[in-house]
Design a protein around this ligand. Structure first.
Ligand code: FAD
Length: 381
């Protein structure tokens, strides 16, 4: 392969579209059972009309869809149609376990055609480990992408693995005897009917879940680490650029990026304003430990609960890149645009400033433009 793309969410599909246009030899490996990236897993009560807005993939607009339909279904259908329209070579389910330098693994003749993996047109071009030119372990040779379904060698990598597979659960001392779940496992408000619920987290997902749960729960308590930032007024392009620039500065300095959504602040919609007025969105500071029946604060007071919902966000799913040693001691990866600053073969899209549907689109294009320069491209730009 010229390029292996890992992940077929918005970022991976955008990259695939531009790789196809550039005439490069590539494959997209995706861990999910079907199209839709992380969207296919989002809770059914997250309707299209309630998301911030889903940007069209390049070259094919999102067809009109009823705003009351689950975003998970609409996006999965759209991504599936997109893959077919551009005949994108997406193979799934293919979870990538590790990416290594060619010289750092034993060479096995292992073509990537495996039972149970379905995929698109370029399978016949899947390359064999050992069949490629590079041998270096100095950041200039080929890479080996190891999966449960075989191995691919590639000259370059576009990583588009998002965050959904890495929910973040902060640790608090103590043991709670009730149910705990993360928003990654949230399936709608029904299971909270009549329960006392603590929702932890000041992001958009926490607020959305809290508003739904408060309608059916006996009692809700909202706790966040920081005072939530409410944003009254339109989300203008200038504001969007400001937010993205802030996160971009972090990754170019090698810091671990905050999520774009957390930097954006919480939209003060009429529904949110009503919930604030009714007291549902009264924020409490973080508790400092869990008790068998709930949570306790430093001043000694306790709140009883049946369920704790951790709406505490996600981290970038990058463990499979561990063997490439891209991280700084502080845990960040220093980036130049979408490229890992120290390794021109590796691009991260949907990472840091591009972790939104519009950012993912742009990052896919930027990564392919850079790789065309680095690798050369059969089709002139
Ligand atoms: P994903 O959609 O997460 O796709 C990543 C893909 O990579 C998945 O298919 C996964 O299976 C695959 N993968 C992961 N690890 C591996 C591996 N090791 N091997 C193989 N495949 C792997 N953005 C907006 O612009 N508007 C919104 O309204 C909005 N709402 C959001 C609501 C929620 C609840 C959340 C969590 C995020 C929201 N975002 C929104 C952010 C947005 O969804 C993403 O930033 C955007 O869709 C880009 O996705 P992606 O392609 O980077 O990742």
């Amino acid at each position: 392969m010229d390029v292996v793309v890992i992940g077929a969410g918005q970022a991976g599909l955008s990259a695939a579209y531009f790789l196809r246009r550039a005439g490069m030899e590539f494959v997209v490996l995706d861990a999910n059972p079907g199209p839709g990236g992380a969207w296919q897993h989002r809770w059914p009560s997250l309707r299209l009309g309630k998301v911030h807005g889903i940007h069209d993939l390049p070259g094919m607009p999102l067809p009109y869809a009823d705003a009351s339909r689950p975003a998970s279904e609409v996006v999965a259908e759209y991504f599936g149609a997109y893959e077919r329209e551009f005949d994108l070579p997406v193979l799934r389910p293919v979870p990538v376990r590790a990416v290594r330098e060619v010289g750092s693994v034993s060479r096995a003749d292992n073509a990537g055609v495996i039972d149970g993996v379905s995929g698109g047109g370029l399978l016949g071009g899947a390359s064999r480990v050992g069949g490629a030119s590079g041998v270096g372990v100095d950041g200039t040779g080929d890479l080996v992408v190891e999966t449960d379904a075989g191995q691919w060698t590639t000259r370059a990598l576009i990583n588009a693995t998002g965050t959904w597979d890495k929910p973040f659960w902060p640790h608090y001392p103590g043991r709670f005897a009730g149910r705990q779940l993360h928003t990654a496992d949230y399936d709608g408000p029904e299971e909270f009917a009549g329960k006392r619920v603590i929702v932890v987290g000041g992001g958009a997902s926490g607020v959305q879940a809290l508003l739904e749960i408060a309608e059916v729960a006996a009692e809700t308590t909202w706790v966040t680490r920081r005072e939530p930032v409410w944003r009254d007024g339109p989300f203008t392009p200038e504001y969007g650029r400001e937010v993205v620039a802030r996160v971009a500065e972090a990754v170019e300095s090698g810091r671990v990026p905050e999520s774009v959504v957390s930097v954006t602040g919480l939209m003060l919609t009429p529904e949110v304003a009503a919930a604030r007025a009714s007291g549902v969105l009264t924020r409490h500071p973080m508790f400092d430990h869990l008790t068998p029946t709930g949570a306790a604060w430093p001043d000694g007071h306790e709140t009883s609960a049946d369920v704790i919902l951790w709406a505490t966000g996600f981290r970038h799913a990058l463990d499979h890149l561990g063997p490439l040693h891209l991280r700084n001691p502080g845990g960040g990866i220093t980036m130049t645009g979408t490229q890992v600053a120290a390794d021109p073969r590796v691009h991260l899209v949907g990472y840091g400033p591009s972790a939104s549907t519009i950012g993912a689109n742009r990052a896919g294009r930027a990564a392919v433009t850079a790789l065309r320069r680095y690798l050369g491209s059969p089709v002139p730009a």
